[in-house]
Design a protein around this ligand. Structure first.
Ligand SMILES: *Cc1c(COP(=O)(O)O)cnc(C)c1O
Ligand code: SF4
Length: 444
């Protein structure tokens, strides 16, 4: 079995990497400069097994994990560089960096609206937006094994790993779920929840396997660990303990849905990831995959088609293609909605039905997950055809709606209702404001 001991690289020590030592300032300065603003963290697996160092800075995994000059505007870049070169105090740099960060839309899609209140208390480690699914952010998983340069969770990274705190948080989570029987899915997310120790994850998960929580059918773990640190499932100290926890979940009759984040086929190519996938699947877990479509990383139908085919061969289920959120280095990664749809369509058309479990491209916006179904013409007007894959008001899911075609639009908030309408159908009559517990469907 492949073995590796975790080594992490940050702004403090990346210049000691043998791969970096030979490089000119032209490569190093952007990492140091942009890295002040966007999160930077890499590890020895990403550096040694995923990045092709003969192809930097264009290499997709280098771009995914190492800051590049073009990720900041020229003005912001020069401002930070000048501060770093001048002899200014750390505090001054910090303040400028914070000002820049605030301009990069650090909290997109109004996520604060999804935080539930229970017994008069705001539950900050949770989001409950769609009726069936609660998102839970264990505070011990608010970091990742490496950081994506496009990440929209960059303001919440903390990386504390405290067991006592976990016990308290677990109590709140369980109490909430005990009193919300309509919830069938709990989705552990982050950061990356698998940066937390197995013992901490057990504290959250094991109580959910008892009869009291029989309404919780699906335990979901959203994680980038297979792509960034597959040794988490191979030789990390508590790797076997983690796999035993997975086994306990499936043996208790729950579905364990591992939602793996893969952005490029190279992440599926190493012996370590293949072995890790095998070990996870042997616990009875199912692995579904998702990623945003990003310029400089995977904006090509051939890449997606190769990725989906390889995933299916390895026993994974393609699940979502996302449009990158409007945050951080969005300008560097963004592609028009039209292009995202064409990439999806061409890739989707080139794989067999078995790969077509995937949906997208999808935008996670304030009203819900909006899928671009296509571009067409209705009565002489060119339009985008859209639908909700998820919606705050679940009665609106799957109903097609139309937006005026706009070749430049790259996010939901740039879209306008088609046919001269003033509002989209869901904006009428406060339809989104309707409580998600508002009665049941007639057919339920
Ligand atoms: C995507 C998402 C979910 C999960 O949606 P599924 O379609 O069930 O995978 C749940 N909550 C929020 C806030 C989400 O963005
Ligand atoms: S793995 Fe997810 S949460 Fe972590 S840095 Fe990448 S996008 Fe952000």
């Amino acid at each position: 079995m492949p073995i590796k001991k975790y080594k992490t690289y940050t702004l403090q020590n990346f210049d000691q990497l043998p791969q970096i030592i030979g490089l000119s300032e032209e490569f190093i300065e952007p990492i140091r400069t942009v890295g002040q603003v966007l999160p930077f963290r890499a590890n020895n697996y990403v550096v040694e097994e995923l990045i092709d160092w003969s192809n930097i800075p264009e290499d997709p995994i280098f771009t995914l994990t190492f800051p590049r000059k073009e990720m900041l505007s020229k003005t912001h870049y020069n401002k930070v560089r000048e501060l770093l070169q001048g002899n200014v105090e750390r505090e001054v740099v910090k303040k400028t960096v914070n000002d820049i960060r605030m301009k990069l839309n650090p909290n997109p899609a109004g996520q604060e609206h999804n935080v539930p209140t229970f017994r008069g208390k705001k539950l900050n480690g949770m989001q409950h937006k769609y009726r069936e699914t609660v998102l839970f952010f264990p505070s011990q998983g608010q970091t990742c094994h490496a950081y994506c340069t496009f990440c929209f969770r960059w303001t919440q990274f903390s990386g504390m790993n405290d067991f006592k705190f976990a016990m308290k948080e677990a109590d709140l989570l369980h109490d909430y779920l005990r009193h919300h029987k309509q919830v069938t899915d709990i989705l552990f997310t982050g950061g990356d929840p698998l940066t937390a120790r197995s013992k901490i994850l057990s504290t959250y998960i094991e109580p959910l396997l008892t009869k009291e929580f029989s309404h919780i059918r699906n335990i979901r773990i959203g994680s980038k660990t297979l792509a960034y640190w597959p040794y988490r499932f191979l030789n990390d100290k508590d790797a076997d303990e983690l796999l035993r926890l997975f086994e306990k979940i499936t043996k208790a009759g729950k579905h364990l849905a591992f939602q793996a984040h893969f952005s490029h086929p190279v992440e599926l190519s190493t012996d370590a990831v293949k072995k890790a996938i095998e070990r996870i699947r042997n616990t009875g877990a199912q692995i579904r995959t998702q990623s945003p479509v990003l310029k400089h990383i995977n904006a090509d139908p051939k890449i997606w088609s190769a990725m989906w085919k390889e995933q299916v061969r390895l026993g994974l289920i393609p699940y979502y293609m996302f449009v990158a959120r409007d945050t951080g280095a969005k300008a560097f990664f963004e592609i028009p909605i039209e292009k995202a749809w064409n990439i999806f369509r061409k890739a989707y058309a080139s794989v067999s039905g078995i790969c077509r479990t995937v949906r997208g491209p999808s935008m996670s916006a304030f009203p819900g997950k909006i899928e671009i179904l296509g571009i067409t013409e209705v009565k002489g007007e060119k339009v985008f055809v859209l639908r909700f894959l998820q919606c705050r008001n679940r009665q609106l899911v799957d109903i097609p709606f139309f937006a005026t075609y706009d070749p430049k639009a790259s996010w939901y908030d740039q879209l306008k209702p088609a046919f001269g309408e003033k509002e989209f159908f869901f904006q009428k009559d406060n339809l989104l404001g309707k409580d998600m517990d508002d009665g049941d469907f007639l057919w339920e």
